[in-house]
Design a protein around this ligand. Structure first.
Ligand code: PGA
Length: 244
């Protein structure tokens, strides 16, 4: 269960969130819980979560270790401040910051090289779904972003299926729609990496997950968890999702 805070919360608000949230999920042994704040608030989050099982993640990473790349943050820098996870290829990064399947692949390899768990996002736009191109789009994102990994590398990746039309819109995919996409992704994993990899692979659903719809989504066999934006900003609502 991962929270993507996007460009929200100050350092003080980050610490205040954990004060309320940590005790609410202290018994949540059924799930790995992660919070992904902005880069600058990662140290505050790591500090606030240090005696808990909550893992902290970043929302992006650059693929080189260091160099003259103004504004970028490398994977070793993230592990250096205590990050465990990193979201890669979120649709907002693809849409506004020219993220491509090729950069997703390079970033995923860089994250895996230092032991970070990448949460790699795929998902179709509304017009692609309406044109019946959902599987073609997510199949190409999977092949380009993850298909070049070794089986060992792939075994450490988490995939997030996020239909773009459901992100921040209040329009969730129905559990059946989400499950169909997850089944398709799992079949792509099976074709590329084998049955065991397909069974073991964790695929999260993202897009307007809320306390009142999480149960239906999680009841689907192929949905292993959730990547949550808006509803992860408030401690009681994200705790309700974690403890569905
Ligand atoms: P949302 O965002 O839950 O606010 O729709 C999900 C995401 O972008 O990861």
């Amino acid at each position: 269960m991962a929270g993507n805070w996007k460009m929200y919360k100050s350092a003080a608000e980050t610490s205040a969130f954990f004060e309320k949230f940590s005790p609410l999920v202290a018994q949540a042994s059924h799930a790995d819980v992660a919070i992904c704040p902005t880069f600058v608030n990662i140290p505050a989050a790591v500090e606030a979560a240090k005696s808990t099982a909550i893992g902290i993640g970043a929302q992006d990473v650059f693929w080189l270790k260091e160099g003259a790349y103004t504004g970028e943050v490398s994977a070793p820098m993230l592990t250096g401040v205590g990050c465990k996870y990193v979201i890669i290829g979120h649709s907002e990064r693809r849409q506004y910051f020219h993220e491509t399947d090729e950069t997703v692949f390079k970033k995923t390899v860089a994250a895996l090289d230092v032991g970070l768990t990448p949460i790699v996002c795929v998902g179709e736009k509304l017009e692609e779904r309406e044109a019946d191109a959902t599987e073609a789009v997510i199949g190409a994102q999977f092949a380009g972003g993850l298909g070049g990994l070794t089986p060992e590398q792939f075994s450490r990746v988490v995939i997030a299926y996020e239909p773009i039309w459901a992100i921040g819109t209040g329009k969730t995919a129905t559990p059946e729609m989400a499950a169909a996409a997850h089944q398709f992704i799992r079949s792509e994993v099976r074709d590329k990496f084998g049955v065991n990899a397909a069974a073991a692979c964790r695929i999260l659903y993202g897009g307007s997950v809320k306390p009142d719809n999480v149960k239906g989504l999680m009841a689907q066999e192929d949905i292993d968890g959730a990547l949550v934006g808006g509803a992860s900003l408030e401690p009681t609502s994200f705790a309700a999702i974690v403890n569905f």
